[in-house]
Design a protein around this ligand. Structure first.
Ligand code: AMP
Length: 396
């Protein structure tokens, strides 16, 4: 059975088609610069990647090109072979704790939640609408980034602010990267092979979040009301003292939106190093002994260590495994080593050789045999989670 897994942003749309339940990727690709000049798309099939420069006026046009590619490459012979389309949706607020079949009511609710994710929800819905129009016979499923974290209890998700901010305006912790945390924690539970498991998942990419997952359910996570909370990220600040905001407004005359933009796009590793949000650039600068790059790296590692240590203590040390995932977590052994070395007092110990070996898509254990807690690298796969959830609805 053929299922599409879709991640639509305002100017990009990523797709992957699966044969389910085998989870075989038949074709994948992405549309870029939708609605802009120099738009193009890439398609990967049978290990070959092609790039095509075409005018992509809107998301509907992308779906038309996608269908053309599926037919021309004989991935499908007719549209009705596509039984389901799963969509990544960023914000489900407290309305959705799992994936859901998309109907008019769901679309309306996701629209209403756009105040909480003004950049993402409307863009995600552009993708949904385009697929509903062009492939009406397929079931459309919404998979929320926030859903996995809905198991957090009030003592984790409430902020100590006036209570009516929560009741009237929904100010609380939501958490993000849910599909990734779910994928990695499920895989981790399989690897530790226990009926009940307490695991810590470090999703460290351009954006980053750390979750504490107990028996498959999220207990706590580092991102908050928005993805800007928690650990330091590529260009996001992570946790800071909120008083910086009115102070900078007064000092510079910047508006709230401008400050928000600076905290999202000009802070984190980029802001601290003054070089880049990309770790590969920071690493190059560190090799040249750039002081700000070294400082950025130190702050970054520290922020990760703090969350792991906090979760470890909260569970009285009863942690069964820890995993690193996403761009930095999967590919930057020196970051993992620095984090684990700082956690030695809690019984974590790295195997340097294994750690250096496991990167670029490999899964494996990177802790030494005498580490109290095993540490894994697990390449994340949000797309397959979307396909799995979509498949479940078709099977029902
Ligand atoms: P993601 O958001 O998960 O796609 O992660 C993207 C980020 O991963 C990039 O911005 C880089 O900072 C980081 N990254 C990717 N590859 C490497 C690598 N080989 N070494 C260090 N960092 C990497």
């Amino acid at each position: 059975m053929k299922i599409l897994s879709i991640n639509a942003g305002s100017s990009s749309l990523k797709f992957q088609m699966y044969e389910m339940p085998e989870e075989e990727v038949l074709i994948s690709g992405r549309f870029e610069r939708i609605g802009l000049d120099k738009s193009f798309y890439t398609v990967k099939i049978n290990g070959e990647k092609v790039e095509k420069f075409v005018d992509l006026k809107d998301h509907s046009v992308c779906v038309e090109y996608l269908i053309k590619e599926l037919l021309e490459n004989k991935v499908i012979n007719s549209l009705d072979e596509i039984k389901g389309v799963g969509h990544r949706l960023v914000h489900g607020g407290d309305k959705y704790s799992e994936s859901v079949v998309i109907n008019d009511k769901v679309i309306k609710t996701v629209e209403e939640l756009s105040d909480l994710a003004p950049l993402h929800n409307p863009a995600n819905l552009m993708g949904v609408r385009a697929f509903m129009e062009k492939i009406p016979s397929a079931i459309q499923v919404g998979c929320f980034d926030t859903a996995f974290h809905q198991t957090m209890k009030a003592d984790r998700y409430l902020y100590p602010v006036p209570y009516e901010w929560y009741t009237k305006y929904g100010v609380r912790k939501y958490g993000f990267h849910g599909m990734s945390h779910r994928y990695v924690s499920e895989r981790l539970s399989e690897l530790v092979d226990k009926d009940y498991s307490n695991v810590i998942v470090c999703h460290i990419g351009n954006g980053g979040s750390i979750s504490l997952v107990r028996d498959g359910k999220c207990v706590d996570t580092s991102m908050g009301f928005t993805p800007n909370a928690g650990i330091i990220m590529g260009s996001r600040s992570g946790d800071i003292d909120y008083s910086v905001i009115p102070y900078i407004a007064k000092k510079t005359g910047m508006t709230l939106d401008e400050i928000d933009n600076a905290l999202n796009k000009k802070s984190g590793m980029l802001g601290t190093s003054g070089i880049s949000s990309d770790f590969r650039d920071i690493d190059e600068a560190i090799a040249k002994k750039d002081e700000r790059a070294i400082m950025a790296h130190y702050l970054f590692v520290n922020s990760i260590v703090n969350y792991i240590a906090k979760y470890y203590v909260e569970l009285n040390g009863r942690i069964d495994a820890l995993a690193f995932t996403a761009g930095v977590g999967e590919n930057a052994p020196h970051v993992r080593r620095m984090v684990i070395d700082r956690l030695q007092c809690l019984g974590f110990k790295i195997d340097r050789e294994k750690n250096d070996e496991i990167r670029f898509g490999k899964e494996g254990i990177i802790s030494s045999v005498d580490s109290k807690i095993p540490v894994y690298v697990i390449p994340t796969d949000e797309e397959v989670m979307i396909a799995r959830d979509t498949y479940k609805f078709i099977k029902k």
